[in-house]
Write a protein that binds this ligand. Structure first.
Ligand code: AMP
Length: 389
C-alpha cells in the first residue's frame, strides 16, 4: 500500500514533527561532528516544509545513552551545523518533551531541534504516554529516518497513533519507491547479488528475493556453506556447520535461480597481500577469500543482462587486497550497468563509495538493518504506521 508523502500534506501554517536520522559520528567528547552526511541528507525535507510555510520540530536519537541524559550524546553540536547548512537559526531544545520544550515551539519558517530522544527510556520502550507527549508538539508527522524504520519506537511508530496525518519524508519516499518496486514489480530480468559473512544473517533476504528475482548470485563467505552442502571441499573457509541443511533446502527450492561461485581465490593466511591461488576446488589447509575470475565473469554477464540489480554484501574480504578484486570489479560492473541498481547499506555501500561510484548507482539505501528487513519482505513498523495514500 502506497504511503502518504510529505508532498501530499497541506503544510502552510502547520507545525510539522520530522523524525530525522541525526545519528552522526562524533568525536572530542561529543563536541565535534566527523561527518555531516546524515544532516545534509535531511535538508531537502526540512527545506521543503519550511518553504511550504510550516514550523519544523526535528527529532532524532544519537548513540546509545540508555535512557539517561548524557552530555556526550547531546544533539547541541548538530543544531549549530544545521543552522549553517540551512542558513537560518535553529533553536536547540533542552529536552524532547515537557514544558521546557512546549514554550519553544516554532512558528512558520522556524526550526526547533529536540534533544536526544533516547535520553528517555520511554522512546525505545514505545511508551504510550511519551508518544502522546511527542505528538502534542505537532499538527502533522513526517518520518524521514528510514534507517530507524525497522524499530517500533515512540518516535517512529507509537506517536503516529496520536497524529492526524503521518507521511514519508523525501528520503524515506525514495527508499520506499526503489525498494518497493524492486521487491514487488521489478523491471526484468531482476537479479540479486547477496554476499557477506554469514548465511544466517541473510536467510530471510535470500528466501524472499528468490521469490521475486530471476537470479540470486551468492558470494562472500556465505557461499562456502552452500558449497559444503553440495558436498564440495571447503578447506579452512568460513562455514556455518549448523546452516548446511538449511543451505541444502534453499538450493533444492531455488533450483538454477541460485548461482554459486565456481572458482575461488584461496590463501593459507587470512592476511592482506597474502600469497594466493585461483582454484576450482578448495585445497585442504586453505581458505577461500574471494570469488575467482570465472565466477566474476559469469556474475558480470548477469549484471550486464539485468534491468534491475539489488546488491547486499561483499563477494570476498574486500577490506584486504588482493581479495577485494571480486567485490570491486562487480561494483564497477553494477555502476556501469543501465539497470536500476539498488545497493543496501553496510559493506556493499562502503565498496561502492571506496570505488567512487556512488553517483552511478540508482539508489544507495541509507538503512543497513532496515533495508535488509525490507528486502526480507518484513513490513517495517515505521513504514506500516504511516498514513495510506
Ligand atoms: P556482512 O556484514 O554479513 O555483509 O559481511 C561482511 C564481511 O564479510 C566483510 O567484513 C568481509 O570481509 C567478510 N567476508 C566476505 N567474504 C569473506 C570470506 N570469503 N571469508 C571471510 N570473510 C569474508
Amino acid at each position: 500500500m502506497a504511503k502518504l508523502s510529505v508532498r501530499d500534506l497541506s503544510l502552510a501554517g502547520k507545525r510539522v514533527f520530522i523524525r530525522v536520522d541525526f545519528n552522526v559520528p562524533l568525536t572530542n567528547g561529543g563536541q565535534e561532528i566527523t561527518s555531516d552526511k546524515r544532516i545534509r541528507a535531511s535538508l531537502p525535507t526540512i527545506q521543503y516544509c519550511l518553504e511550504q510555510g510550516a514550523g519544523v520540530v526535528l527529532a532524532s536519537h544519537l548513540g546509545r545513552p540508555k535512557g539517561k541524559p548524557n552530555a556526550e550524546m547531546s544533539l547541541a553540536p548538530i543544531a549549530v551545523r544545521l543552522a549553517e547548512l540551512l542558513k537560518r537559526p535553529v533553536t536547540m531544545a533542552p529536552d524532547c518533551v515537557g514544558a521546557s520544550v512546549e514554550k519553544l515551539l516554532p512558528g512558520p519558517g522556524e526550526v526547533l531541534l529536540l534533544e536526544n530522544l533516547r535520553f528517555h527510556a520511554e522512546e525505545e520502550a514505545n511508551d504510550a504516554g511519551f508518544s502522546k507527549q511527542l505528538a502534542a508538539l505537532c499538527d502533522l508527522y513526517v518520518n524521514d529516518a528510514f534507517g530507524s524504520a525497522h524499530r517500533a519506537h515512540a518516535s517512529t511508530e507509537g506517536m503516529v497513533a496520536f497524529c492526524t496525518q503521518a507521511a514519508a519524508g523525501l528520503l524515506m519516499d525514495k527508499e520506499l519507491e526503489y525498494l518497493g518496486k524492486a521487491t514487488t514489480n521489478p523491471d526484468r530480468p531482476c537479479i540479486a547479488i547477496i554476499g557477506g559473512a554469514k548465511v544466517s544473517d541473510k536467510i530471510e533476504v535470500i528466501v524472499n528475493l528468490l521469490k521475486v528475482c530471476d537470479r540470486v548470485l551468492i558470494g562472500g563467505a556465505m557461499a562456502y556453506t552452500f558449497l559444503r552442502a553440495l558436498g564440495q571441499p571447503t578447506g579452512k573457509s568460513l562455514v556455518e556447520e549448523d546452516k548446511i541443511q538449511l543451505a541444502k533446502d534453499l538450493m533444492a527450492e531455488a533450483g538454477p535461480k541460485l548461482m554459486l561461485p565456481t572458482d575461488h581465490a584461496v590463501s593459507e593466511k587470512f592476511e592482506a597481500n597474502a600469497p594466493f591461488q585461483v582454484v576450482n576446488t578448495i585445497p585442504d589447509g586453505t581458505m577461500a577469500l574471494d570469488i575467482g575470475p570465472a565466477t566474476l565473469a559469469a556474475y558480470v554477464a548477469e549484471v550486464n543482462a539485468a534491468k534491475t540489480i539489488i546488491w547486499n554484501g561483499p563477494m570476498g574480504v574486500f577490506e584486504m587486497p588482493p581479495f577485494d578484486v571480486g567485490t570491486m570489479s562487480l561494483a564497477r560492473a553494477v555502476a556501469a550497468s543501465s539497470a536500476i541498481s539498488i545497493v543496501g547499506g553496510g559493506d556493499s555501500e562502503k565498496a561502492i563509495k571506496t570505488a567512487g561510484l556512488s553517483d552511478q548507482i540508482s539508489h544507495v539505501s541509507t538503512g543497513g538493518g532496515a533495508s535488509l528487513e525490507f528486502l526480507s519482505g518484513i513490513e517495517l513498523p515505521g513504514v506500516a504506521a504511516l498514513t495510506d495514500k
